[in-house]
Design a protein around this ligand. Structure first.
Ligand code: BGP
Length: 479
């Protein structure tokens, strides 16, 4: 890094952060009064479904090491940190009695962050559903919505004095797809009808929580007052047609509708996209819904949008069969497959540059997503809530990781964000995925994402070259 003025200067107050999710880092999965989540149980009962039988039981032991982790955030220039609350630490059974130890943990974590000048951005639901609710139908059962709303209100009451930035759900599209279409994540179902019901219930749960949040904000529940904000975090992957063939163009539009617009439209515009509603209606799989649920969308749009971006999709109309495969081994020749019969199939970009896990590296895709938010609602605050690259890594002789490829990945995406800002998009911050190497769902621990290398045997943390680079970027507010 030179001393010359940065070429890419970010707006004053731009958040330099990183992200994690509770189950991916905390560990202490069965300790301190925490109840079991669907993921805890899934990993215990089906270890063979997780790469190398990885388990979130200990994860990165962040529960015990949070003070050290906050110190390392500080050392790597963080001004913000996106995390999620484990619902089962607050309500071990999903509802009913609360768990004082869980509440104390998050209070202490928020205090530690705030004392270090790092603003928390808190996601209420990052895929870890209380097992008790999973056993009663999970998100297919509308009762789960009621429990989620109560859990959210409780969190606002408990932590509203410390937390200004909130989001309801992380990537409802991805968790619905993997849980109910590909069946790779719990509850391992393959039912389009269930998927659409769950996605609708997510949208309703989100809108209900937004409504309560705004009412509680007006009633003074947040120390930040009018500055308190609630958003939704979406993985709005750009979908391009595989060719110029009108059928592929149509397939791309459909894929974008099913994966993106079905969630963005209600959250930002307050209505479902007509073409996808019509598609589900014509297939006889519209979700069970009420008029008052649809009215909720219209009346409760978000304060900001969180964009998670990893890679784009290319849709082909040639989808004679449904087929799903996720590369969890990190072997470059293992392709990811995703096809929904008669709708679309995702294909590889022949000239694309791919990670070992088969995700294309394409920074330009981020530009379109940022612009898209702007088109939906000019001036809406946008946070890049996740963006990063999973790699095969190990410590070198100097006890660090020289992850130049990650630095390049982040730098190129930040350049794109900078251009979007220059062109008028209100991008407020960047949270790299992830603070540290963590439990990568069905990928286990091999796929490393962090600014911090985590030794699996000792849990020792080491700052990678990217973490040192980020400290400089943050200090100069650019690069
Ligand atoms: C997002 C999730 C994160 C994170 C990331 C990387 O979809 O919100 O929790 O895991 O993807 O994905 P993976 O860990 O599967 O490589």
């Amino acid at each position: 890094m030179t001393n010359a003025s940065p070429t890419y200067v970010f707006p004053k107050g731009f958040v330099w952060g990183s992200a994690t999710a509770a189950i991916q880092v905390e560990g202490a999965a069965s300790l301190y009064g925490k109840g079991p989540s669907n993921w805890d149980v899934f990993c215990r009962e089906h270890p063979e479904k997780i790469f190398d039988r990885g388990s979130p039981e200990v994860a990165c032991d962040h529960y015990h090491r949070y003070k050290e982790d906050v110190r390392l955030m500080k050392e790597t220039g963080h001004t913000g940190y996106r995390l999620s609350i484990a619902w089962t630490r607050i309500f071990p059974e999903g509802y009913g009695r609360t768990n004082p130890e869980g509440i104390a943990f998050y209070r202490a974590l928020f205090d530690e962050l705030l004392a270090s000048g790092i603003e928390p951005n808190v996601t209420l639901y990052h895929w870890d559903l209380p097992q008790t609710l999973a056993e009663r139908g999970g998100w297919e059962n509308k009762e789960t919505i009621e429990h989620f709303v109560h859990y959210a209100r409780t969190c606002f009451e408990l932590f509203g004095s410390r937390v200004r930035l909130w989001s309801t759900l992380n990537e409802p599209a991805w968790t619905t797809l993997q849980g109910y279409v590909t069946g790779l994540h719990p509850p391992n179902q393959t039912s389009h009808r269930a998927a659409i019901q769950v996605s609708h219930n997510f949208n309703v749960a989100h809108a209900r929580v937004v409504k309560d949040f705004q009412a509680m904000k007006r009633a003074g529940a947040f120390a930040a007052g009018a500055e308190a904000q609630i958003g939704l975090v979406l993985n709005m992957s750009t979908v391009y047609p595989a060719t110029k063939d009108p059928l592929d163009v149509r397939a791309a539009r459909l894929a974008d509708g099913v994966l993106n617009r079905w969630f963005i439209d209600p959250a930002l515009k307050g209505v479902y996209p007509e073409d996808i509603w019509e598609l589900y209606r014509s297939c006889g799989i519209l979700p069970v819904h009420t008029e008052s649920e649809l009215a909720l969308f219209r009346e409760n749009t978000v304060d900001y949008i969180g964009v998670n971006y990893y890679y784009p999709h290319y849709a082909s109309s040639d989808a004679p069969e449904s087929a799903y495969h996720l590369n969890t081994s990190g072997k470059a020749n293992e392709d990811c497959v995703f096809a929904i019969k008669d709708l679309f199939r995702f294909v590889k970009n022949p000239s694309g540059k791919y990670t070992d896990w088969g995700w294309e590296i394409f920074p330009e895709g981020l530009y379109e997503l940022l612009w898209r938010a702007q088109e939906y609602r000019p001036g809406i605050p946008v946070y890049i809530t996740e963006n990063g690259v999973g790699m095969n890594e190990k410590l070198d002789d100097q006890g660090t990781v020289n992850d130049e490829a990650r630095i390049e990945f982040v730098r190129e995406h930040l350049k794109v964000a900078h251009r979007a800002i220059s062109n008028g998009v209100n991008v407020k911050g960047y949270y790299m995925w992830a603070l540290m190497d963590n439990f990568s769902w069905v990928n286990g621990f091999k796929k490393r994402y962090g600014f911090l290398f985590v030794d699996r045997a000792t849990q020792a943390r080491s700052i990678k070259a990217s973490g040192r680079w980020y400290r400089e970027v943050s200090a100069r507010n650019g690069f």
